[in-house]
Structure formats: structure tokens, C-alpha cells
Write a protein that binds this ligand. Structure first.
Ligand code: IVH
Length: 686
């Protein structure tokens, strides 16, 4: 490429980045994904690195973000707030470590601190004599917006530092984010109320912080984790001679010690931080966190590796917008743009007809995605999406991929909803106050039958894994059908099964054995398997524990049902509706007649060892699943709840614990490890 061409390209990249910065920082409405942004920025960096004469003083590579928006007062940072260089694979992390060694002129690899990279909003908090004076966004790195009023509403940010011996001025930096549970609850409610949902947790945090009315911020339950010190001024001598923060008399001369000190001062620090040395340890930390990622209670987009020794950090210094002593290893992008090819309509277990987007295949969040959910009419209207548009697709953890926004309209056709069920041609209805349309065909509709059966045999229900999706489909669609209702599963004709395509005798008899084994179950699974609307496993467990048997649950009035934890008037209505239906009762009777049974449930009583206690489980456990642990705790008379409150007796926290752990620590609630729990169970189990 000629230098004139390169100059032109660099100019175009700069204009692009500027406009994306504006959309991202000022309008909270990005139109490209972070990964795409990184690519554009990288290309510009590359051109500038190879052609220093093309660097301009206002190039975005010299600056951190966009100019601040102007609605909030501006505050200058005492020390610039920098960004991080990115590494996209293990080799780039290795190269980073090699660069450290060569700059420090040593063969010995420096110790690093590895921390999750939180996907939120950077904030600087200034404390004067231990009292929060102001809070500022990163802004353009030199000055940001004064968000003090909003930050004061965040309970994980101390307004006054816990320890008296603090320097005159102390700046703490960290990330503010919206916990995923808060994000999901907000969007669930928005979907119900027909209001605009939040695009993703990071935008949600940004939007919440930029509220002019801080009571709105307070309702959004944001959190903050501290990740570094900023400006520090001694004043009254609480720094060591070389400028380190003093912790119990000794200088905090490593990043690790600084963070521990911040923890003592009342900040939340990430419990998943670890010291690592060399590329192999970096890699295994990365892999470990990548597998924990989907269980975390907040979004992370990578790992940050930082040189631990502050003296070495100082030696290494900075290049224009990032420190040389740190690097961010990014996870594969969870958002990408692609083309919406078409929309099909799927009929679910309860008849709900859901629009499903057919997409040009893309690799996102570690898998290839070609379908995404569009939820309902309101969601389509809100997105303003049409066939042929370029859309941004998000796939995080195990959740179903979804379209989060339109990045480029294609001028194609509107999405039309069907007037009749696309599977059984029954009429569709829209219940007042609901946004979804439903097929009225009930079990006449083969789609609903297939979904009901799939749910019935699923792992958390009757757990008949040999009865897979394909087989169910075949058995329902066979002429005449082999399966109509779940009860038919228990009188399957083995020769009819063996006659099915791709079914050998051996697999047929294995299937029959698996079905037989599923008859020994537990009541919560059976209730869950029935597939009653909005009765998930937690509600099914609560119903089983409350009533202790199926008959009482079946007979319970609306008033009695709402007494059950987790059950409100809507779910109570669904339960009554289900148990008032003669066909459903006939299926239940048939199932029980075929020999399904469960051990009777002992209701908690005062003479049980853990009676009156409530436990919460979080993070991952090794010796058993959380479900199983919960059952064992309940068997000793205690309750198991999903959220930490002042009433919680103890939190059992495994690796990957997030906001529940922080909350428990804040409320002073005892935290048990898996081993503590095992000891407890062993002590009390007869
Ligand atoms: S250290 C000079 N540590 O990532 C280095 N940053 O692109 C300062 N971030 O805006 C950053 N988690 O807000 C650091 N554990 C962590 C982080 C973290 C998230 C954000 C930070 C910054 C961006 C860097």
C-alpha cells in the first residue's frame, strides 16, 4: 500500500473510532461489538506503529475514550486513568512475559497477579481523610464526569473507610457493574411490563450511573470491586518513605498487598485473584476462570495479568494509553454481528408461539450460532428488526443466543406473525395482558406434545436420558403415534420401539430398563416433570417440602398455595388450572398406577438437628451438585434459599462464588466451605 493510501485508511479508522466512542460513552448505544471495536483500534495501532509519521496528536490511540458528555460536572483525574493492552491468545500472553523479562533485563519471570476482568464501568473514588469526597468516571482518561451522588447509593462502596490510619488523600479505582441476577430480574420485569429491557449488563451499569436522579441508580443495585490505587498523598505520614501505603506498619509494596489493604479498608476485592508466574500458570488460570465464567454472578470479559511488584511496575512504566506492566487476555467475544435471514415460529410446551431468528452462521461465545430467540412481538417492535438486517447477536454462557440490537438496517420485509398455529393449524389466542400468542391446540398439537414429553424425561425431571429428542419426535409423529402422553412411556410396547428406524433390539431393551429405573423418583422431580406453567425445579421443591405429598398439593386452594415460598397468585393460578383439568388428573393417575413412586417426605420438625436454620448455596461444589447438597441439608430440617439476607444462617460457597459471597461477608453471615458442609452433614446425619 502506498503511504497516501495508508494515510487515508488511518484517517478513516480514526473517524470510525471517534463515532463509535461517541455512541459507546455518550449515548450508551454501541452499534458494533467490543471485539469489532478492538479490531479497528488494532489496525490503526498497527499502521501508526509502522508509520510513525502518520500519528496525529488527536489520534484515538493516544487517548482512552470519548470526550465527556457534558451533563455532569467535569473533574480532572489527579493521575490519568489508563487502558489496558489486549492479548487474544496464549502466545500473546507469552510474548508479554518475554517483553517484561527483556525490559527488566532478567531471565527470571516476574510474579504476576491474575484477576478476572470485570465487564463494567471504571470508576475513580477520592477519599479525603478517609471520607468519600468525589467519584468520577474514566471519561477520556484525563477528566471524567462527577457521579458522586449516584455512587453514594452503591452499598459496596464505603462512604467512610473502615481503618482510621489513612493518608490525607487516597484514590481507589475499580469497576462498577450490575450483578447478573439484577440484570435478569430487571429484564424479566421489563418484558412483562412492556418497557424497554436493558441491552447488556455493562450498558445497564453505564446507563444506571448516568441517571440524573440518583434514586433511579439506587434501585439498580449496582456493585463495585476495587482493583487498584490511584493518587495517594500522605499529609500525615501514612505512607512509607518510598511512597507505599502502610498496612499494619509494613509497606504494601506489591499489588497483592495493596488489594488486601483495600479489602481491610472496606472495599470488595475479587476473591478469584491469584498470583501466577510464567505462561503455563497464566494459561491454567485463564482456563480455570473460563470454565467458572458461566457460574459467576457478574459478567467478565477476560483476565488481567499485572506485575505484582510495585517497584517493577514503576520501572516498566507506560506507553501512551496503557501500562507496560499489565495486559488483558480477552475471552472470545460474546457478541458479534451477522445477518438475519428469516424468522420461523416455534411452538413450545405451553403452546407459546415464539419467533426464532435464522441467522447467517457465526462463531460467538465459543460456539457456532445460527438461531437466536426473538421472544415476542414487543421485542421485535422494540428492536425494530426486519428480515435482512445486520444484527448484533449475544451468546453468554449457556443461555440461548439473542439479538440485542440492529447494527445496520437492510431495508427488508417486516416480520409477520402467523394467524394459525404453524404446526397443527389450530387457532391462536393472545390472552389479555400477555405479550405472547399461544396455540389453542393443547396436546392435539404435536409440537406441544413433543415438548411436554421432552420436559418430562429431562435430566431434572424423570431423567430418562435414553429417550432422546429424536426418538420422542419419531414416536409422536409415527402413524399411528406410539406416544401421546407421558403416561404412555410406561406402557411402551418393546417390539413397536424395536421396529423404529435406527433402533436395535439392544437399545430398545436398554430404553425399557431406563424407563423402569425412572419409576423410583422423588416428589419434587415428579411435580417438576408435570410441566405446569412457571413451576420450575425450585418451585417444585418448595411445593414438595410444603405439602409433603402429592394429594395435598393437588387439592390445595389458591389461598393455601400462595403460602408456599416462591408461589405467587399467578403460579397458584397455573397450579389450580392444571390440577382442575380432568385430562391432567387422568394422566397423573395413570402414571402412579404404572408404579412411579417416591419416598415420603419428612416435614421439618423441631426435633431435627438443623431445624430453624436457612442455608444458601453458591459457587461450584466438587463432591455433589448444589441440588444434592440442598436435599441433604433439608433432610436435616433446614431450609435452603436462593438469596442471602439477614435471615440466612450460613452461606456455603464453592469456587466461583460472587455477589452472594460478598453480601454474606457484608452482613457478617458465616461462610462455609464445601468441607465445612461435609463435616456438618457428617456430624448430624445418623
Ligand atoms: S487494571 C492501568 N484490573 O478494564 C490499568 N482493569 O481496558 C488499569 N477492568 O477500564 C486497569 N477489570 O475498568 C484492571 N481487574 C481489573 C479490571 C480492569 C476490569 C477494566 C478497567 C479498564 C479496562 C481496561
Amino acid at each position: 500500500m502506498s503511504s497516501a493510501d495508508l494515510e487515508k485508511e488511518a484517517d478513516q479508522l480514526r473517524t470510525k473510532i471517534q463515532s463509535h466512542n461517541q455512541r459507546y460513552y455518550q449515548q450508551d448505544a454501541p452499534s458494533i461489538t467490543d471485539a469489532e471495536y478492538d479490531l479497528i483500534m488494532r489496525r490503526l495501532q498497527e499502521i501508526e506503529a509502522q508509520n510513525p509519521s502518520l500519528v496525529t496528536s488527536d489520534s484515538p490511540t493516544r487517548r482512552v475514550g470519548a470526550s465527556p458528555a457534558g451533563e455532569f460536572k467535569q473533574i480532572d483525574h489527579r493521575m490519568p486513568m489508563l487502558s489496558l493492552d489486549n492479548a487474544f491468545d496464549d502466545n500473546e500472553v507469552s510474548a508479554f512475559i518475554d517483553r517484561l523479562c527483556s525490559r527488566l533485563k532478567t531471565e527470571e519471570k516476574p510474579e504476576l497477579v491474575a484477576e478476572p476482568k470485570l465487564d463494567g464501568i471504571a470508576v475513580s473514588l477520592m477519599y479525603r481523610k478517609g471520607v468519600l469526597e468525589y467519584a468520577v468516571t474514566r471519561g477520556d482518561g484525563r477528566s471524567g464526569e462527577d457521579i458522586t451522588a449516584n455512587v453514594r447509593t452503591i452499598s459496596s462502596i464505603p462512604l467512610k473507610l473502615k481503618v482510621a490510619n489513612v493518608p490525607e488523600l487516597l484514590e481507589v479505582r475499580g469497576e462498577i457493574f450490575m450483578p447478573l441476577l439484577v440484570f435478569e430480574a430487571y429484564n424479566k420485569k421489563a418484558l412483562k411490563d412492556g418497557t424497554n429491557p436493558l441491552v447488556n449488563p455493562r450498558n445497564a451499569a453505564a446507563g444506571s450511573l448516568r441517571q440524573l436522579d440518583s434514586t433511579v441508580t439506587a434501585e439498580r443495585s449496582l456493585m463495585m470491586m476495587a482493583y487498584s490505587l490511584g493518587f495517594v498523598e500522605s499529609g500525615s505520614g501514612f505512607l512509607s518513605a518510598d511512597g507505599f501505603l502502610l498496612a499494619e506498619g509494613s509497606p504494601a509494596d506489591t499489588h497483592w498487598k495493596v488489594l488486601q489493604r483495600l479489602g481491610e479498608l472496606g472495599f470488595v476485592i475479587n476473591p478469584l485473584m491469584q498470583c501466577v508466574t510464567g505462561p503455563d500458570e497464566c494459561k491454567s488460570y485463564y482456563q480455570d476462570i473460563a470454565t467458572k465464567r458461566e457460574f459467576l454472578e457478574y459478567d467478565i470479559d477476560g483476565i488481567v495479568y499485572k506485575v505484582n511488584s510495585l517497584e517493577l511496575q514503576e520501572k516498566l512504566g507506560f506507553v501512551s494509553r496503557a501500562p507496560r506492566w499489565a495486559i488483558a487476555r480477552k475471552f472470545p467475544a460474546q457478541e458479534k454481528s451477522t445477518k438475519l435471514l428469516n424468522v420461523d415460529f416455534q411452538v413450545g410446551r405451553t403452546g407459546a408461539i415464539t419467533p426464532v431468528a435464522r441467522l447467517e452462521s457465526i462463531f460467538v461465545g465459543g460456539v457456532t450460532v445460527s438461531n437466536a430467540t426473538l421472544h415476542n412481538r414487543d421485542e421485535i417492535d422494540r428492536l425494530g428488526v426486519k428480515i435482512g438486517d445486520e444484527v448484533i447477536v449475544r451468546r453468554a454462557g449457556d443461555v440461548i443466543p439473542k439479538i440485542v440490537s440492529v447494527s445496520k438496517p437492510g431495508g427488508g420485509a417486516e416480520i409477520e406473525f402467523p394467524a394459525r398455529c404453524p404446526v397443527c393449524d389450530s387457532e391462536v389466542e393472545q390472552i389479555e395482558g400477555e405479550v405472547v400468542i399461544r396455540c389453542t391446540g393443547g396436546l392435539v398439537c404435536s409440537a406441544q406434545r413433543i415438548e411436554a414429553l421432552r420436559h418430562f424425561v429431562s435430566r431434572k425431571a424423570m431423567d430418562i436420558d435414553r429417550l432422546g429428542n429424536k426418538l420422542i419426535e419419531q414416536m409422536v409423529l409415527e402413524d399411528p403415534p406410539i406416544l401421546h402422553s407421558p403416561a404412555d412411556i410406561y406402557h411402551l410396547d418393546i417390539s413397536a420401539v424395536a421396529n423404529l428406524e435406527r433402533m436395535a433390539d439392544k437399545s430398545a431393551s436398554n430404553l425399557v430398563r431406563a424407563i423402569e429405573a425412572s419409576k423410583e423418583t422423588i416428589l419434587p422431580r415428579f411435580i417438576y416433570a408435570l410441566g405446569i406453567r412457571e413451576v420450575g425445579e425450585v418451585t417444585a421443591l418448595a411445593l414438595a417440602n410444603h405439602f409433603g405429598n402429592l394429594q395435598d398439593c393437588q387439592k390445595a386452594s389458591l389461598d393455601e398455595l400462595v403460602q408456599v415460598p416462591d408461589v405467587g397468585p399467578i403460579v397458584a393460578g397455573h397450579l389450580r388450572g392444571f390440577f382442575d383439568n380432568e385430562d391432567n388428573l387422568a394422566v397423573i393417575d395413570e402414571l402412579l398406577a404404572s408404579g412411579i413412586n417416591w419416598p415420603s417426605i419428612e416435614k421439618p420438625s423441631t426435633n431435627m438437628p438443623l431445624f430453624g436454620n436457612t442455608y444458601v448455596l453458591t459457587g461450584s461444589l466438587e463432591s455433589f451438585t448444589r441440588d444434592e447438597a440442598g436435599r441433604q441439608i433439608q433432610a436435616l430440617g433446614a431450609k435452603v434459599s436462593g438469596s442471602v439476607s439477614a435471615k440466612t444462617s450460613a452461606l456455603v460457597a464453592g469456587p466461583g462464588a460472587g455477589s452472594k459471597l460478598t453480601k454474606a461477608e457484608k452482613l457478617g453471615i458465616p461462610v462455609l466451605s464445601e468441607q465445612d458442609l461435609l463435616n456438618l452433614l457428617e456430624t448430624y446425619s445418623a
